[in-house]
Design a protein around this ligand. Sequence first.
Ligand SMILES: [Zn+2]
Length: 160
Amino acid sequence: MKNMLDSKCAFCQKDVQENNFAESENFLAIYNVAPILPGHSLIIPRWHVHSLMELSKQELCEMTVFARDVVKVLIKEFGHTAFNWTIQEGVEAGQTVPHLHLHLIPRKAKDLPQPGDWYPLLEQSEIELIDSDARPKLSFDEMKVIATKLKATAKEVLSQ
Ligand SMILES: [Zn+2]
Protein backbone atom coordinates (compact mmCIF):
# COMPACT_ATOMS: atom_id res chain seq x y z
CA MET A 1 0.00 0.00 0.00
CA LYS A 2 1.41 3.40 -0.98
CA ASN A 3 1.29 5.88 1.90
CA MET A 4 -0.37 8.71 -0.02
CA LEU A 5 -3.53 10.78 0.30
CA ASP A 6 -5.48 12.45 -2.53
CA SER A 7 -6.74 15.94 -1.61
CA LYS A 8 -9.76 15.59 -3.94
CA CYS A 9 -10.89 12.24 -2.51
CA ALA A 10 -13.86 12.08 -0.11
CA PHE A 11 -12.20 9.36 2.00
CA CYS A 12 -8.78 11.06 2.20
CA GLN A 13 -10.20 14.12 3.99
CA LYS A 14 -8.82 14.74 7.47
CA ASP A 15 -12.22 15.45 9.09
CA VAL A 16 -13.67 12.22 7.64
CA GLN A 17 -10.73 10.10 8.79
CA GLU A 18 -10.54 11.72 12.23
CA ASN A 19 -14.21 10.90 12.78
CA ASN A 20 -13.47 7.15 12.66
CA PHE A 21 -14.91 4.96 15.41
CA ALA A 22 -12.37 2.14 15.20
CA GLU A 23 -8.93 1.75 13.68
CA SER A 24 -6.31 -0.85 12.88
CA GLU A 25 -2.76 -0.24 11.66
CA ASN A 26 -3.81 0.48 8.06
CA PHE A 27 -7.63 0.72 8.14
CA LEU A 28 -10.37 2.90 9.61
CA ALA A 29 -14.05 2.32 10.33
CA ILE A 30 -16.28 5.31 9.61
CA TYR A 31 -20.03 5.81 9.75
CA ASN A 32 -21.61 6.47 6.35
CA VAL A 33 -22.72 10.10 5.99
CA ALA A 34 -25.67 8.85 3.90
CA PRO A 35 -26.60 5.58 5.66
CA ILE A 36 -29.12 3.44 3.75
CA LEU A 37 -30.06 1.66 7.00
CA PRO A 38 -29.11 2.27 10.66
CA GLY A 39 -25.53 1.17 11.30
CA HIS A 40 -24.33 1.45 7.67
CA SER A 41 -20.57 1.81 8.07
CA LEU A 42 -17.49 1.72 5.87
CA ILE A 43 -14.04 0.19 6.18
CA ILE A 44 -11.44 2.25 4.32
CA PRO A 45 -7.65 2.12 4.04
CA ARG A 46 -5.94 5.12 5.71
CA TRP A 47 -4.25 5.80 2.35
CA HIS A 48 -5.56 6.46 -1.14
CA VAL A 49 -5.84 2.91 -2.41
CA HIS A 50 -8.10 2.33 -5.40
CA SER A 51 -8.40 -1.43 -5.52
CA LEU A 52 -8.17 -4.62 -3.49
CA MET A 53 -5.43 -5.60 -5.93
CA GLU A 54 -3.12 -2.98 -4.37
CA LEU A 55 -3.22 -4.67 -0.96
CA SER A 56 -0.61 -7.15 0.14
CA LYS A 57 -1.80 -10.51 1.44
CA GLN A 58 -1.13 -9.30 4.96
CA GLU A 59 -3.11 -6.07 4.45
CA LEU A 60 -6.04 -7.97 2.95
CA CYS A 61 -6.00 -10.25 5.96
CA GLU A 62 -5.85 -7.25 8.32
CA MET A 63 -8.79 -5.62 6.51
CA THR A 64 -10.96 -8.74 6.78
CA VAL A 65 -10.23 -9.38 10.45
CA PHE A 66 -10.73 -5.68 11.27
CA ALA A 67 -14.05 -5.63 9.37
CA ARG A 68 -15.26 -8.63 11.36
CA ASP A 69 -14.33 -6.84 14.59
CA VAL A 70 -16.31 -3.80 13.41
CA VAL A 71 -19.28 -6.07 12.67
CA LYS A 72 -19.10 -7.21 16.32
CA VAL A 73 -19.28 -3.55 17.38
CA LEU A 74 -22.29 -2.94 15.10
CA ILE A 75 -24.06 -6.04 16.44
CA LYS A 76 -23.59 -4.76 19.97
CA GLU A 77 -24.78 -1.24 19.09
CA PHE A 78 -27.67 -2.01 16.71
CA GLY A 79 -28.61 -5.55 17.71
CA HIS A 80 -28.83 -6.99 14.16
CA THR A 81 -26.90 -10.13 13.30
CA ALA A 82 -27.35 -10.18 9.50
CA PHE A 83 -25.04 -8.07 7.31
CA ASN A 84 -24.40 -7.13 3.72
CA TRP A 85 -20.62 -6.94 3.15
CA THR A 86 -20.05 -5.18 -0.16
CA ILE A 87 -17.16 -3.88 -2.24
CA GLN A 88 -17.74 -2.34 -5.67
CA GLU A 89 -14.39 -3.19 -7.24
CA GLY A 90 -14.09 -1.02 -10.37
CA VAL A 91 -16.30 1.55 -12.11
CA GLU A 92 -18.08 -1.14 -14.14
CA ALA A 93 -19.11 -2.76 -10.85
CA GLY A 94 -20.55 0.51 -9.52
CA GLN A 95 -17.50 1.99 -7.74
CA THR A 96 -17.97 5.77 -7.65
CA VAL A 97 -15.42 6.85 -5.02
CA PRO A 98 -11.97 5.78 -6.29
CA HIS A 99 -10.83 4.83 -2.77
CA LEU A 100 -11.35 1.22 -1.73
CA HIS A 101 -14.25 0.92 0.71
CA LEU A 102 -16.12 -2.01 2.17
CA HIS A 103 -19.75 -1.34 3.07
CA LEU A 104 -21.02 -3.07 6.22
CA ILE A 105 -24.81 -2.87 6.37
CA PRO A 106 -26.69 -4.38 9.33
CA ARG A 107 -29.91 -6.13 8.24
CA LYS A 108 -33.02 -7.37 9.97
CA ALA A 109 -36.27 -8.98 8.81
CA LYS A 110 -38.53 -6.63 6.82
CA ASP A 111 -36.15 -3.64 7.06
CA LEU A 112 -36.75 -3.19 3.31
CA PRO A 113 -39.68 -4.43 1.18
CA GLN A 114 -37.34 -7.03 -0.45
CA PRO A 115 -33.97 -8.18 0.98
CA GLY A 116 -32.28 -7.15 -2.33
CA ASP A 117 -33.66 -3.61 -2.32
CA TRP A 118 -30.48 -2.36 -0.65
CA TYR A 119 -28.46 -2.06 -3.87
CA PRO A 120 -30.27 0.87 -5.56
CA LEU A 121 -30.17 2.66 -2.20
CA LEU A 122 -26.44 2.01 -1.97
CA GLU A 123 -25.86 3.51 -5.42
CA GLN A 124 -27.72 6.66 -4.33
CA SER A 125 -25.71 6.81 -1.10
CA GLU A 126 -22.43 6.68 -3.08
CA ILE A 127 -23.57 9.60 -5.24
CA GLU A 128 -24.30 11.60 -2.09
CA LEU A 129 -20.72 10.98 -0.94
CA ILE A 130 -19.14 12.57 -4.00
CA ASP A 131 -21.75 15.00 -5.31
CA SER A 132 -21.45 18.37 -3.58
CA ASP A 133 -24.98 19.28 -4.76
CA ALA A 134 -26.47 16.30 -2.93
CA ARG A 135 -27.07 17.09 0.71
CA PRO A 136 -25.57 14.52 3.07
CA LYS A 137 -28.28 12.95 5.20
CA LEU A 138 -26.33 13.47 8.39
CA SER A 139 -24.74 16.73 9.49
CA PHE A 140 -21.18 16.86 10.78
CA ASP A 141 -22.51 17.19 14.35
CA GLU A 142 -24.80 14.17 13.95
CA MET A 143 -21.86 12.19 12.56
CA LYS A 144 -19.73 13.21 15.53
CA VAL A 145 -22.40 12.02 18.01
CA ILE A 146 -22.72 8.61 16.29
CA ALA A 147 -18.94 8.18 15.96
CA THR A 148 -18.42 8.98 19.65
CA LYS A 149 -21.09 6.47 20.68
CA LEU A 150 -19.67 3.76 18.41
CA LYS A 151 -16.14 4.49 19.59
CA ALA A 152 -17.18 3.77 23.18
CA THR A 153 -18.90 0.54 22.08
CA ALA A 154 -15.80 -0.46 20.07
CA LYS A 155 -13.61 0.08 23.12
CA GLU A 156 -15.89 -2.15 25.16
CA VAL A 157 -16.39 -4.91 22.57
CA LEU A 158 -12.85 -5.11 21.18
CA SER A 159 -11.00 -5.10 24.50
CA GLN A 160 -12.63 -8.40 25.47
ZN1 LIG B 1 -8.67 8.57 -1.08
